[in-house]
Write a protein that binds this ligand. Structure first.
Ligand code: H76
Length: 441
């Protein structure tokens, strides 16, 4: 977990047969997440399975994906080994519906692990427990037949997970999805067994809370209020809003799409006209770091295996910012004692204690006020990254004991400005805050 926590920025990848139709079926755009196309467009199973013949990997190059992760500044990558449609990106012994039975016969997971690990990037596995194709999958357990079928399904999924752990022992984590149905909630024991099995086989492997249910059907957090799994994974396409320091009391990760809502590649304007701006993604990264969480940014490669150029461009911009300002992100977390500032976030290096101000929302005044914890004064402000104008030292003004003002010398092209703050204790000032008679405690 120390390693996972220090990464802060990860690359999520959704790739499967859904990347071929890419949100369009029989000439019509389906305005819904591309990986849900078979359900939303009610595509007959045989036609969906036939897509496997066109899944040729013609332009799939694991090295190029890994280069995109490097450009982004990602420290780990999470790949969909099997999504809800049941198609597997490795040659599984427990089903025929896998990439080994497509024209190239290649093992996508093996190629990805080799390419990413060669670049020093950890690989984690996404696995959907929900499976639309498997005959034994059940959403609900209504009769003995359902119970018997679902017991077989759970055994199938357990064997696949065992297979993944055995074939790819360098995997660093498992990210479970599709665990919200009544059938899974009625089998919390299985989620615990799976977590334990993976950790026995791969010591130190991390598992997300979304896998887990307890014996009362509580998910993520058990009926006693204790987090299950290693980190909380409920923040999907949303961040903790409003910013709230209690979130920082446990490990967590948020995952986010680049378009408004699709995880798999969606070619239509419904997705392509909604791509997020790199600086908005930088804001989210800083937001997560400031609350002790990781940010997992999703990419949806195209059906031929190539990365979507627009997503590569966004990865480069975010990564350029991180290359200049990553000191405030990697290895950083919640800055205890520093109140939430409206103009962005404070982060703190977990190792050195260095505090950073990440200014993602520059005030119209061009100035920010730095409210330090009581008893501290500002000694020096250093700007990271390309926003440095002269010597890299910023001038600042003391307004009160622990209140300072810094002029932003905004360089919008370089993205949000980051300041490293050197502080000093104020002699003779107790760490007391001025009372506010309007606040009740
Ligand atoms: C709903 C749902 C799934 N969870 C996200 C992480 C995507 O995989 C989406 O298809």
């Amino acid at each position: 977990m120390q390693r996972f926590r220090s990464h802060r920025v990860g690359q999520f990848i959704h790739w499967g047969l859904y990347a071929l139709p890419a949100g369009r079926w029989e000439g019509k755009d389906v305005e819904f997440a591309a990986e849900f196309l078979p359900r939303v467009a009610r595509i007959p199973q045989r036609r969906w399975e036939a897509l496997a013949n066109d899944f040729t990997l013609a332009d799939f190059d694991a090295g190029q994906w890994a280069d995109t992760a490097v450009a982004l500044g990602a420290r780990y990558m999470t790949i969909t080994t099997k999504h809800h449609d049941g198609f597997c990106l490795w040659p599984s012994a427990h089903t025929d519906f896998h990439v080994g039975n497509t024209p190239s016969g290649r093992d996508v997971l093996a190629e990805l692990i080799e390419a990413y690990e060669a670049r020093g990037i950890d690989v984690n596995f996404y696995y959907s427990v929900l499976d639309w194709r498997h005959p034994d999958w059940r959403f609900n357990l209504e009769d003995d037949g359902d119970h018997a079928a679902f017991a077989r399904y759970l055994e199938f999924a357990r064997k696949q997970l065992e297979e993944l752990a055995e074939r790819y022992p360098s995997v660093k984590g498992f990210w479970f999805d599709g665990t919200w149905d009544e059938s899974v909630k009625a089998n919390g024991w299985w989620t615990w067994e799976v977590e334990r099995m993976l950790k026995e086989r791969i010591p130190g492997v991390v598992v997300n809370s979304r896998l887990r249910a307890d014996d009362f059907g509580a998910r993520h957090v058990d009926s006693n209020g204790v987090l299950m799994g290693d980190y909380e994974s409920g923040y999907e396409r949303r961040l903790p809003e409003p910013w709230n320091a209690t979130v920082a009391t446990r490990d967590w990760e948020a995952c986010m799409t680049i378009p408004q809502a699709s995880w798999g590649y969606h070619q239509g304007p419904w997705a392509q006209s909604t791509l997020k701006h790199p600086w908005d993604l930088v804001d989210m990264i800083a937001h997560c770091t400031s609350l002790g969480g990781n940010f997992l940014l999703n990419f949806g490669p195209r059906g031929d295996g190539s990365m979507a150029p627009a997503e590569v461009g966004i990865a480069r911009s975010v990564g350029e910012w991180l290359a200049a300002n990553g000191e405030a992100i990697y290895g950083c977390g919640f800055a205890e004692g520093w109140d939430y500032p409206g103009w962005g976030y404070f982060t703190r290096d977990v190792g050195t204690g260095q505090v950073f101000a990440v200014v993602t929302r520059s005030p119209a005044s061009g100035r920010i006020r730095l409210q330090l914890p009581a008893g501290l004064a500002l000694a020096e402000v250093r700007s990271l990254g390309k926003g440095i104008v002269d010597s890299g030292r910023y001038s600042f003004k003391r307004l009160a004991d622990s209140l300072f003002e810094v002029d932003l010398e905004a360089d919008a092209a370089a993205g949000p400005t980051v300041f490293a703050l050197e502080t000093t204790a104020i002699d003779g000032v107790a760490g007391e805050k001025e009372p506010n008679p309007d606040v009740l405690d």
